[in-house]
Design a protein around this ligand. Sequence first.
Ligand SMILES: N[C@@H](CCC(=O)N[C@@H](CS)C(=O)NCC(=O)O)C(=O)O
Length: 209
Amino acid sequence: MKFYDCAEAPSPRRVRIFLAEKEVELPVVQVDLRAGEQLGEEFRAINPDCTVPVLELDDGTRITEAFAICQYLEAVHPEPPLMGRDPTEAALVTMWNARIEQHGLVAFAELFRNLHKGFRGRAVPGPVDCEQIPALVERGRKRGEAFFNRLDQHFAGNGYVVGNKFTLADITALVGVDFAAWSKLEIGPDRPHLQAWYDRVSSRPSARA
Ligand SMILES: N[C@@H](CCC(=O)N[C@@H](CS)C(=O)NCC(=O)O)C(=O)O
Protein backbone atom coordinates (compact mmCIF):
# COMPACT_ATOMS: atom_id res chain seq x y z
CA MET A 1 0.00 0.00 0.00
CA LYS A 2 1.03 3.61 -0.53
CA PHE A 3 -0.50 6.70 1.10
CA TYR A 4 -0.57 10.03 -0.75
CA ASP A 5 -0.54 12.67 1.95
CA CYS A 6 0.08 16.37 2.53
CA ALA A 7 1.43 16.98 6.03
CA GLU A 8 -0.31 20.37 6.41
CA ALA A 9 -3.77 19.46 5.05
CA PRO A 10 -6.82 18.51 7.16
CA SER A 11 -8.40 15.76 5.01
CA PRO A 12 -5.36 13.45 4.95
CA ARG A 13 -4.85 14.15 8.67
CA ARG A 14 -8.09 12.26 9.30
CA VAL A 15 -6.44 9.18 7.80
CA ARG A 16 -3.14 9.82 9.60
CA ILE A 17 -4.92 9.88 12.98
CA PHE A 18 -6.87 6.75 12.03
CA LEU A 19 -3.62 4.96 11.10
CA ALA A 20 -1.94 6.11 14.32
CA GLU A 21 -4.83 4.71 16.40
CA LYS A 22 -4.46 1.38 14.57
CA GLU A 23 -0.66 1.56 14.95
CA VAL A 24 -0.30 0.95 11.21
CA GLU A 25 2.54 2.56 9.26
CA LEU A 26 2.42 2.93 5.49
CA PRO A 27 4.88 4.21 2.89
CA VAL A 28 3.97 7.87 2.38
CA VAL A 29 4.24 10.11 -0.68
CA GLN A 30 3.97 13.82 0.17
CA VAL A 31 2.03 15.89 -2.36
CA ASP A 32 2.96 19.58 -2.27
CA LEU A 33 -0.46 21.27 -2.44
CA ARG A 34 1.03 24.77 -2.00
CA ALA A 35 3.13 24.27 -5.11
CA GLY A 36 0.08 22.96 -7.03
CA GLU A 37 1.48 19.44 -7.44
CA GLN A 38 -2.08 18.04 -7.20
CA LEU A 39 -2.93 19.82 -10.48
CA GLY A 40 0.04 18.48 -12.44
CA GLU A 41 -0.24 15.73 -15.01
CA GLU A 42 1.54 13.15 -12.86
CA PHE A 43 -0.83 13.46 -9.88
CA ARG A 44 -3.95 13.83 -12.08
CA ALA A 45 -3.14 10.36 -13.40
CA ILE A 46 -3.26 9.13 -9.79
CA ASN A 47 -6.38 11.06 -8.77
CA PRO A 48 -8.32 13.00 -11.45
CA ASP A 49 -10.13 14.82 -8.59
CA CYS A 50 -6.74 16.44 -7.74
CA THR A 51 -7.11 15.90 -3.99
CA VAL A 52 -5.42 14.08 -1.12
CA PRO A 53 -5.72 11.69 0.64
CA VAL A 54 -5.29 8.77 -1.74
CA LEU A 55 -4.63 5.19 -0.68
CA GLU A 56 -3.06 3.01 -3.35
CA LEU A 57 -3.42 -0.74 -2.81
CA ASP A 58 -0.87 -3.32 -3.90
CA ASP A 59 -3.08 -4.33 -6.87
CA GLY A 60 -3.09 -0.70 -8.06
CA THR A 61 -6.63 0.15 -6.84
CA ARG A 62 -6.82 3.76 -5.65
CA ILE A 63 -9.24 4.92 -2.96
CA THR A 64 -9.72 8.68 -2.80
CA GLU A 65 -12.12 9.72 -0.04
CA ALA A 66 -10.98 9.91 3.60
CA PHE A 67 -14.09 8.03 4.74
CA ALA A 68 -13.68 5.27 2.13
CA ILE A 69 -9.98 4.92 2.97
CA CYS A 70 -10.82 4.52 6.67
CA GLN A 71 -13.54 2.00 5.81
CA TYR A 72 -10.98 -0.09 3.91
CA LEU A 73 -8.40 0.18 6.71
CA GLU A 74 -11.01 -0.80 9.31
CA ALA A 75 -11.77 -3.96 7.33
CA VAL A 76 -8.15 -5.02 6.97
CA HIS A 77 -7.03 -3.83 10.45
CA PRO A 78 -10.13 -4.31 12.64
CA GLU A 79 -8.40 -3.59 15.97
CA PRO A 80 -9.09 -1.33 17.70
CA PRO A 81 -12.56 -0.82 16.17
CA LEU A 82 -13.01 2.84 15.14
CA MET A 83 -16.18 2.55 13.05
CA GLY A 84 -18.57 0.93 15.50
CA ARG A 85 -18.64 -2.39 17.31
CA ASP A 86 -22.11 -3.50 16.19
CA PRO A 87 -24.56 -2.59 13.39
CA THR A 88 -26.20 0.21 15.39
CA GLU A 89 -22.90 1.85 16.35
CA ALA A 90 -21.58 1.45 12.80
CA ALA A 91 -24.64 3.27 11.43
CA LEU A 92 -24.30 6.03 14.04
CA VAL A 93 -20.61 6.53 13.24
CA THR A 94 -21.44 6.84 9.52
CA MET A 95 -24.35 9.18 10.28
CA TRP A 96 -22.31 11.46 12.54
CA ASN A 97 -19.33 11.41 10.22
CA ALA A 98 -21.53 12.58 7.32
CA ARG A 99 -23.14 15.22 9.54
CA ILE A 100 -19.74 16.52 10.66
CA GLU A 101 -18.49 16.61 7.06
CA GLN A 102 -21.59 18.39 5.70
CA HIS A 103 -22.23 20.90 8.48
CA GLY A 104 -18.72 21.22 9.89
CA LEU A 105 -15.96 20.58 7.36
CA VAL A 106 -17.88 22.11 4.42
CA ALA A 107 -18.66 25.26 6.45
CA PHE A 108 -15.06 25.60 7.69
CA ALA A 109 -13.70 25.08 4.14
CA GLU A 110 -16.15 27.64 2.76
CA LEU A 111 -14.96 30.15 5.34
CA PHE A 112 -11.25 29.43 4.90
CA ARG A 113 -11.04 29.14 1.14
CA ASN A 114 -13.13 32.23 0.41
CA LEU A 115 -11.22 34.32 2.96
CA HIS A 116 -7.53 33.86 2.22
CA LYS A 117 -5.76 35.52 -0.69
CA GLY A 118 -3.75 32.36 -1.34
CA PHE A 119 -6.96 30.67 -2.54
CA ARG A 120 -7.92 33.28 -5.14
CA GLY A 121 -9.19 31.31 -8.12
CA ARG A 122 -8.97 28.09 -6.07
CA ALA A 123 -11.95 28.46 -3.72
CA VAL A 124 -12.99 24.84 -4.28
CA PRO A 125 -10.53 21.92 -4.36
CA GLY A 126 -10.52 19.91 -7.56
CA PRO A 127 -9.68 20.18 -11.24
CA VAL A 128 -12.01 23.17 -11.93
CA ASP A 129 -10.73 26.62 -10.89
CA CYS A 130 -13.39 28.54 -8.94
CA GLU A 131 -13.29 32.21 -7.92
CA GLN A 132 -13.83 33.22 -4.31
CA ILE A 133 -17.27 34.47 -3.25
CA PRO A 134 -16.78 36.91 -0.34
CA ALA A 135 -20.33 36.35 0.97
CA LEU A 136 -19.44 32.72 1.68
CA VAL A 137 -16.99 33.85 4.37
CA GLU A 138 -19.82 35.09 6.59
CA ARG A 139 -22.07 32.19 5.68
CA GLY A 140 -19.33 29.68 6.48
CA ARG A 141 -18.65 31.39 9.82
CA LYS A 142 -22.36 31.43 10.71
CA ARG A 143 -22.80 27.76 9.84
CA GLY A 144 -19.57 26.89 11.66
CA GLU A 145 -20.70 28.70 14.84
CA ALA A 146 -24.07 26.91 14.69
CA PHE A 147 -22.33 23.59 14.26
CA PHE A 148 -20.06 24.26 17.25
CA ASN A 149 -23.20 25.03 19.30
CA ARG A 150 -24.74 21.75 18.22
CA LEU A 151 -21.63 19.81 19.22
CA ASP A 152 -21.52 21.62 22.57
CA GLN A 153 -25.09 20.47 23.28
CA HIS A 154 -24.24 16.94 22.19
CA PHE A 155 -21.21 16.73 24.47
CA ALA A 156 -23.25 17.97 27.44
CA GLY A 157 -24.53 14.37 27.65
CA ASN A 158 -21.90 12.36 25.75
CA GLY A 159 -18.18 11.80 26.34
CA TYR A 160 -17.55 11.03 22.65
CA VAL A 161 -19.51 11.53 19.43
CA VAL A 162 -20.87 7.96 19.42
CA GLY A 163 -21.24 5.32 22.12
CA ASN A 164 -18.82 6.74 24.67
CA LYS A 165 -15.91 5.35 22.66
CA PHE A 166 -13.42 7.19 20.46
CA THR A 167 -14.33 6.60 16.78
CA LEU A 168 -13.77 8.00 13.30
CA ALA A 169 -16.54 10.52 14.04
CA ASP A 170 -14.35 12.02 16.81
CA ILE A 171 -11.40 12.12 14.41
CA THR A 172 -13.42 14.01 11.79
CA ALA A 173 -14.72 16.46 14.41
CA LEU A 174 -11.23 16.99 15.93
CA VAL A 175 -9.71 17.72 12.54
CA GLY A 176 -12.64 20.06 11.83
CA VAL A 177 -12.18 22.06 15.07
CA ASP A 178 -8.44 22.49 14.37
CA PHE A 179 -9.19 23.51 10.76
CA ALA A 180 -11.80 26.06 11.91
CA ALA A 181 -9.16 27.71 14.13
CA TRP A 182 -7.14 28.56 10.99
CA SER A 183 -9.92 31.09 10.27
CA LYS A 184 -10.15 32.21 13.93
CA LEU A 185 -13.37 30.26 14.48
CA GLU A 186 -12.69 29.10 18.02
CA ILE A 187 -14.57 27.00 20.59
CA GLY A 188 -14.47 29.95 23.03
CA PRO A 189 -15.47 30.08 26.71
CA ASP A 190 -19.20 29.61 26.07
CA ARG A 191 -18.95 26.00 24.88
CA PRO A 192 -17.55 24.16 27.91
CA HIS A 193 -18.75 20.70 26.82
CA LEU A 194 -17.18 21.00 23.38
CA GLN A 195 -13.99 22.24 25.06
CA ALA A 196 -13.91 19.28 27.50
CA TRP A 197 -14.34 16.81 24.62
CA TYR A 198 -11.67 18.66 22.60
CA ASP A 199 -9.20 18.52 25.51
CA ARG A 200 -9.87 14.77 25.86
CA VAL A 201 -9.43 13.82 22.21
CA SER A 202 -6.62 16.21 21.37
CA SER A 203 -4.51 14.80 24.22
CA ARG A 204 -4.43 11.35 22.56
CA PRO A 205 -1.01 10.63 21.03
CA SER A 206 -2.68 10.06 17.62
CA ALA A 207 -3.79 13.72 17.52
CA ARG A 208 -0.18 14.70 16.86
CA ALA A 209 -0.40 12.96 13.48
N1 LIG B 1 -13.88 14.71 0.35
C1 LIG B 1 -12.44 14.58 0.23
C2 LIG B 1 -11.81 15.95 0.39
C3 LIG B 1 -10.38 15.95 -0.01
C4 LIG B 1 -9.82 17.39 -0.05
O1 LIG B 1 -10.55 18.38 -0.24
N2 LIG B 1 -8.49 17.49 0.15
C5 LIG B 1 -7.83 18.76 0.10
C6 LIG B 1 -6.80 18.86 1.22
S1 LIG B 1 -7.61 19.02 2.80
C7 LIG B 1 -7.07 18.89 -1.21
O2 LIG B 1 -6.55 17.90 -1.70
N3 LIG B 1 -7.01 20.10 -1.78
C8 LIG B 1 -6.36 20.32 -3.01
C9 LIG B 1 -6.49 21.75 -3.45
O3 LIG B 1 -6.78 22.60 -2.61
O4 LIG B 1 -6.27 22.02 -4.61
C10 LIG B 1 -11.95 13.59 1.30
O5 LIG B 1 -12.58 13.49 2.35
O6 LIG B 1 -10.95 12.92 1.08
